[in-house]
Design a protein around this ligand. Structure first.
Ligand SMILES: [Zn+2]
Length: 564
C-alpha cells in the first residue's frame, strides 16, 4: 500500500528516484552551494518527475523536455516539475542554494572554536534537504548516492557516507533527511577500529576523551540487536550554534559541543545517535507522523546501551529524568500533541519535535518489555530490525508486525492514538534519586550536605527536587552560576529566571548568545516571556543572539519572542 506523505510534492508512487550523484562547490564567499545533482530512476513512461525544493535557484535541467518551478508554499517549498521524454531514466539539475537555505548554517570564523576559518554544516531533518538538493524529500523514499564536494583550500569537507578525499559514497539506501555535509577546519582522531571523531583542533583531544567508550557502545548494541551495518561510526563535533543535541547522519553523527562535560556524563547523546543506526536509519519512519517509531525506539535502545556500558543505576536515573521532563513538557502541550501518532497536515513537521515521540514512545516499549519479559522483547526487536531493514514503515506496519509476532495485552491504541500516558505505564524508579531527595530535604532544613562526586544526573535531580530554593545560598555553597556542565547550568539558569535571581543573569545572557541548542533556548526564552521584565530582557538578548542561531532555532524562537 502506498503511503501518503503530506510533506512532499513528489509522487514516488509514479516515479521513485533510486540514486543521486551530487557534485557541489562550497562557496563561503557567497554562502552558497553550487553545482549539480543527477537523479537516477527506473526507465519510465511517466510524463513528469516532481521534486521538492526550497529557495533553490535552478539553472538548467539536462535530459529533460523542460522544467517549471511552481509557487512556493511556506512549509513545503516549491515543486520542481520536470518534463520527461519517453523511457527516460535520469535527469541532471544544475542549481545553487540561497544564503538563507533552511538546511544550511554558514558560520563566520568568530562562531567557531578556532576563530580563524568559517564553517558550514547541513541539517536535513525533517524537510530541509530540499533547501540544498532538489530531490524527493520524503522519508518514504530511500536512495543510494555518490558525492563530490569541493571546499576552499585549508578546509575539510565531509559527508555522512564512506569517504575518500573529496569523494563520498553511500551504498545503502537512505532517506533524504539523512544526507549530510559539513566543511570546516576539521581534524580527525581515531577512537577504535571502527570509530573516530572529527572536530576543530581546539576540541579534538577533549572530544576523543569524552567519546572514548564509543566502540564499547557499538559492541553493546550489536550484542542485543544484530550487526552494525554502516561500516564506520564516526562523530563530528559542530560549533555551539548547532540547534540539536545530535543528528544521526549515517556513518557520521553530528553532535553539539555542549555534551563535552569532561566526565562522560552527557554521552547518553552518543548512545542515542548510535542507536539510530538501527532505529531510524535502518528501519525508518515512512512519514513524519510516524516520527515516534524513530525516536521512541531510539530512546529505549539508548537506555539499554547506558545500562550495558555504565550500569543499571545510570540507566534508572536517565529514565526517571526523562519521565519527569515528559510530564513537564506534556502539561504545556495541546491534547493532539500528546499522542504518539501525530496529525501534521498543514503543519511544519519540526512542530512535532517534542519529548512525546521520544519519552512516551520509549515508555510504551518499556511497558511492553515488562509485560513479555526482556528476553522475548529483545528477540522481537532483533527480528523487527532484520525484517524491516532498509525500509521505511508506518505506525500501522509496526502494529501489524507486533500483533503478529508478539501479541500483547498492553493497550496499544490508547498509547498511540490517545493523549497522555496510560495508567499501565512501566514507571522507572531510581534508588540513587531517593537518596538525593532525602539530601534535598536536609539542605532545605538548613543542614550542610556532602555533594562530592555527584554526577550530572544527581545534580539535575537535586535542583529539580528543591521547591523554591534560596538560590543565593545554593550559589554560595555550590557556585552554580559558574557551572561549566551545560545541563546543570541550563537548569540553574531556568531556576534563576523563575525566581528572578539577578546574579545569574549575565551568565544567562552569555549562554543564550553562544549556545544555539534548541533544547536549551526554548525553555529559557519561554520562561523569560512570562513576565514584563523578562519579556524585555528576552527581546533584547534575542535581537543580538538571533543572527548566530540556526534557521531552525530562529523559527522556534521567533514564534516565542517575535521575529527580528
Ligand atoms: Zn533521535
Amino acid at each position: 500500500m502506498e503511503v501518503m506523505d503530506v510533506h512532499s510534492w513528489s509522487q514516488p508512487e509514479r516515479i521513485r528516484v533510486r540514486h543521486l550523484e551530487l557534485n557541489l562547490d562550497v562557496r563561503f564567499d557567497r554562502k552558497i552551494l553550487e553545482g549539480s545533482v543527477t537523479l537516477r530512476f527506473d526507465a519510465t513512461t511517466e510524463p513528469e518527475l516532481v521534486l521538492d525544493t526550497r529557495d533553490l535557484e535552478i539553472h538548467s535541467v539536462e535530459n529533460a523536455a523542460g522544467f517549471e518551478l511552481g509557487a512556493r508554499d511556506a512549509i513545503l517549498g516549491a515543486p520542481l516539475r520536470i518534463q520527461l521524454a519517453q523511457g527516460c531514466s535520469w535527469v541532471r539539475v544544475r542549481y545553487s542554494t540561497s544564503p538563507d537555505a533552511s538546511g544550511l548554517q554558514w558560520l563566520d570564523p568568530a562562531q567557531t572554536a578556532g576563530k580563524r576559518y568559517p564553517f558550514l554544516y547541513t541539517q536535513s531533518q525533517a524537510i530541509h534537504a530540499r533547501s540544498w538538493i532538489p530531490l524527493q524529500d520524503t522519508p518514504g523514499v530511500r536512495v543510494t548516492f555518490q558525492g563530490r564536494v569541493r571546499a576552499p583550500a585549508g578546509l575539510h569537507a565531509v559527508m555522512a557516507a564512506e569517504r575518500a578525499g573529496e569523494h563520498f559514497r553511500m551504498q545503502r539506501p537512505v532517506p533524504s533527511y539523512l544526507i549530510a555535509l559539513a566543511a570546516g577546519a576539521l581534524e580527525f582522531k581515531p577512537l577504535g577500529e571502527r570509530c573516530g571523531v572529527f572536530a576543530e583542533a581546539e576540541l579534538i583531544d577533549t572530544a576523543a576523551r569524552e567519546f572514548a567508550d564509543t566502540e564499547a557502545m557499538v559492541r553493546a548494541v550489536e550484542g542485543m540487536y544484530g550487526p552494525y551495518r554502516w561500516g564506520r561510526y564516526d562523530l563530528l563535533v559542530l560549533p555551539p550554534s548547532f540547534p540539536f543535541g545530535g543528528m544521526e547522519n549515517p556513518c557520521l553523527t553530528f553532535a553539539t559541543p555542549t555534551i563535552l562535560a569532561g566526565d562522560k556524563s552527557l554521552v547518553s547523546l552518543v548512545a542515542h545517535e548510535l542507536a539510530h543506526s538501527w532505529s531510524g536509519n535502518l528501519v525508518t519512519n515512512a512519514t513524519w507522523s510516524d516520527f515516534w517509531l524513530n525516536e521512541g525506539f531510539t530512546v529505549y535502545l539508548e537506555r539499554r546501551i547506558l545500562e550495558k556500558v555504565y550500569g543499571q543505576d545510570r540507566e534508572e536515573m536517565e529514565a526517571v529524568l526523562g519521565r519527569r521532563e515528559l510530564d513537564r513538557e506534556m502539561a504545556g502541550l495541546p491534547e493532539p500533541d500528546r499522542v504518539l501518532h501525530l496529525e501534521l497536515t498543514g503543519r511544519d513537521p519540526d512542530d512535532g519535535c517534542t519529548l512525546v515521540p521520544y519519552e512516551k514512545g520509549a515508555l510504551l516499549l518499556r511497558t511492553i518489555e515488562r509485560e513479555v519479559g526482556r528476553d522475548r522483547f529483545d528477540a522481537f526487536l532483533r527480528s523487527y530490525f532484520d525484517h524491516f531493514a532498509f525500509q521505511s514503515i508506518t505506525t500501522a506496519d509496526f502494529l501489524d508486525y507486533l500483533r503478529r509476532e508478539l501479541p500483547v495485552t498492553t493497550a496499544l491504541d490508547e498509547w498511540i492514538y490517545r493523549p497522555g500516558v496510560p495508567l499501565d505505564a512501566a514507571e522507572p524508579r531510581s534508588d540513587a534519586f531517593q537518596r538525593i531527595e532525602a539530601a534535598a530535604a536536609r539542605w532545605q532544613q538548613g543542614q550542610a550536605i556532602d555533594t562530592s562526586g555527584w554526577s550530572t544526573q544527581l545534580w539535575l535531580h537535586f535542583l529539580r527536587t528543591l521547591d523554591t530554593p534560596d538560590q543565593a545560598r545554593l550559589d554560595r555553597e555550590f557556585h552554580l552560576t559558574d557551572a561549566t556542565n551545560s545541563e546543570i547550568l541550563h537548569q540553574w539558569l531556568l531556576m534563576a529566571v523563575r525566581s528572578g535571581y539577578e546574579p545569574a543573569f549575565p551568565r544567562m545572557e552569555e549562554f543564550l548568545k553562544t549556545v544555539g541548542r534548541r533544547k536549551f533556548l526554548k525553555p529559557l526564552y519561554t520562561e523569560l516571556m512570562k513576565t514584563p521584565a523578562g519579556k524585555e530582557r528576552a527581546r533584547r538578548i534575542y535581537q543580538s543572539a538571533r543572527a548566530g542561531y540556526h534557521p531552525i532555532a530562529q523559527t522556534t524562537i521567533d514564534a516565542l519572542v517575535g521575529g527580528a
